[in-house]
Design a protein around this ligand. Structure first.
Ligand code: UDH
Ligand code: NGS
Length: 358
C-alpha cells in the first residue's frame, strides 16, 4: 500500500517536471518569435513589406555587420539564390535619345541606396557587380546612361554599384587608366567579384544582355548601331566589357599608358589571349546596343603611339597595369544614382604620384 502510494507520488512529480519543461520551452519559443523581426518573415514566407526590406537590406560594405546581426543573418539564410535568368526581363527595349529624361523618377526606387548601390530583396544575387564608367565632360550622356541602365540592372536582379571615374583637369584622356582606378576604388567599398567597364554613351537595346561576368571575359556591346549592328573586327574588346576579379587580375588589369584615343581595348584583348582566355559574347540580337552620336572630344585625339604599344603587349603587361597604378582622388560625389570620383591620373610619362595605391 505504502509502496503504491510512493509510486503514484513519483509519477505525479515526473509529470509535473515534464509539464514545467514544456511550459518553459513554449515560453522561450514564444518570446523568440515575438522579438525576432526575422521570425515573422521566416514563418510567414511572405514577400517582405517595404519597411521590412529596408531593415533587411545591408548597405554595401556592411557584410561584417550582417554576420553578427541576427535579423540580417536569418534573412540571408532563407533567401534563395537568384535564378540564372531573371523572371523580370522583357527583352528588346526602345532606346531613344530624343526622349526626355527624368532622373528623379529613377531615384524613387526604394531599394536604391546612396552612391548608386542596389541589391534585390527577393533573392541573393549570384554576383556583386561594379559598373565602371570612364568620364569627362559627358554630363548629358551620363543622364541617358543612368536613365536606361538602372531599371535594366534592377530587372537583371544584380547586386550592383555605379562608379563614374572622372579624369581631373584638361590633359590628354586616358580611358584604360580610369578603368583601373575604378576597379581599385570600387573594391575599397564592397567585395565586388565582377567588373563591367562601360563607355558612357553605349546603351543596351535588350535587357537579356545581362551585365555580369561569365566563364570567359565578356564583350557585351557586340552589335552597335554605329557599326551596322555587326562586329567591326573579331578581336574587338571595346565599348562595354565584363571581367571577373580573377580574370582581371590574371591580366594585371589594363595598361596605364594609352594616352588619347584608340588601342587600349586592343591591348586588353591581347592580354586576354596571352593568358589563354577567350572572349565570350551574347548573340547578335541580344547584344544590340545604341551609341549616342557625338563629336570628337577635346584632348582625346588619336594616339600616335597606339600601334607600337599594342605590338608590345606581351612584354609590357606584367609591369604595366593594376600593379603599377598611381593616382590621387581629388573629389568624391555621392548621388543616389552613382558615386563619382574625380581623380588626378597625371600625364603621359611625367606623372609624379601623390598617392600610391596597393
Ligand atoms: N570619354 C569621356 N570624355 C572624353 C573622352 C572619352 O567621358 O573626353 C569616355 C566616355 O565614357 C566614352 C569613352 O570614354 O564613351 C570612350 O571614348 P572614345 O573617344 O574612345 O570613344 P567614342 O566612341 O568616340 O565615344 C570616338 C571618337 C568619335 C568621333 C566621332 C566623329 N563623328
Ligand atoms: C580600332 C581602335 C580601337 C577602337 C575601335 C573602334 O581601330 O581602339 O577601332 O573604335 N584600335 C586602334 O586604333 C589600334 S570606335 O569606332 O568605336 O571609336 O575601339
Amino acid at each position: 500500500m505504502g509502496e503504491s502510494h510512493n509510486f503514484r507520488l513519483l509519477v505525479i512529480i515526473c509529470n509535473l517536471v515534464v509539464a514545467m519543461g514544456a511550459l518553459h520551452i513554449s515560453v522561450m519559443v514564444f518570446y523568440y518569435l515575438r522579438h525576432s523581426g526575422a521570425g515573422e518573415y521566416v514563418w510567414s514566407k511572405q514577400v517582405p513589406t517595404a519597411s521590412q526590406r529596408a531593415a533587411f537590406t545591408t548597405p554595401p560594405g556592411a557584410e561584417d555587420v550582417a554576420v553578427v546581426s541576427a535579423n540580417v543573418t536569418e534573412v540571408t539564410w532563407i533567401l534563395e539564390k537568384c535564378p540564372e535568368t531573371s523572371p523580370h526581363l522583357v527583352g528588346p527595349l526602345r532606346v531613344e535619345f530624343s526622349d526626355p529624361v527624368d532622373l528623379d523618377l529613377i531615384r524613387q526606387e526604394p531599394l536604391l541606396m546612396d552612391g548608386g548601390h542596389y541589391k534585390p530583396s527577393e533573392c541573393l544575387s549570384v554576383q556583386k557587380v561594379a559598373l565602371i564608367i570612364p568620364f569627362r565632360h559627358r554630363e548629358q550622356h551620363l543622364k541617358y546612361w543612368l536613365n536606361y541602365l538602372h531599371p535594366i540592372l534592377q530587372r537583371q536582379q544584380l547586386d550592383y554599384g555605379v562608379y563614374v571615374i572622372e579624369q581631373d583637369g584638361e590633359g590628354t584622356f586616358n580611358r584604360a587608366k580610369l578603368m583601373n582606378v575604378g576597379y581599385a576604388e570600387a573594391l575599397k567599398e564592397y567585395d565586388y567579384d565582377c567588373f563591367v567597364f562601360s563607355d558612357v554613351d553605349i546603351i543596351p537595346m535588350d535587357d537579356r544582355n545581362t551585365y555580369r561576368c561569365y566563364e570567359q571575359p565578356r564583350h557585351l556591346s557586340v552589335a552597335v548601331d554605329k557599326f551596322g549592328f555587326r562586329l567591326p573586327y573579331a578581336q574587338i574588346f571595346g565599348g562595354v566589357t565584363a571581367l571577373s576579379k580573377d580574370q582581371y587580375l590574371k591580366i594585371n588589369g589594363f595598361s596605364n599608358n594609352y594616352w588619347g584615343w584608340g588601342g587600349e581595348d586592343d591591348d586588353v584583348s591581347n592580354r586576354l589571349s596571352f593568358r589563354g582566355m577567350s572572349i565570350s559574347r551574347p548573340d547578335v540580337m541580344t547584344g544590340k546596343c545604341k551609341m549616342i552620336r557625338h563629336d570628337r572630344d577635346k584632348n582625346n585625339d588619336p594616339n600616335p603611339q597606339r600601334f607600337d604599344r599594342i605590338a608590345h603587349t606581351r612584354e609590357t603587361m606584367d609591369t604595366d597595369g593594376i600593379n603599377s597604378l598611381t593616382y590621387s582622388v581629388v573629389k568624391v560625389e555621392k548621388d543616389k544614382l552613382f558615386t563619382k570620383l574625380t581623380v588626378d591620373i597625371g600625364k603621359a610619362d611625367t606623372f609624379t604620384p601623390t598617392q600610391t595605391h596597393i
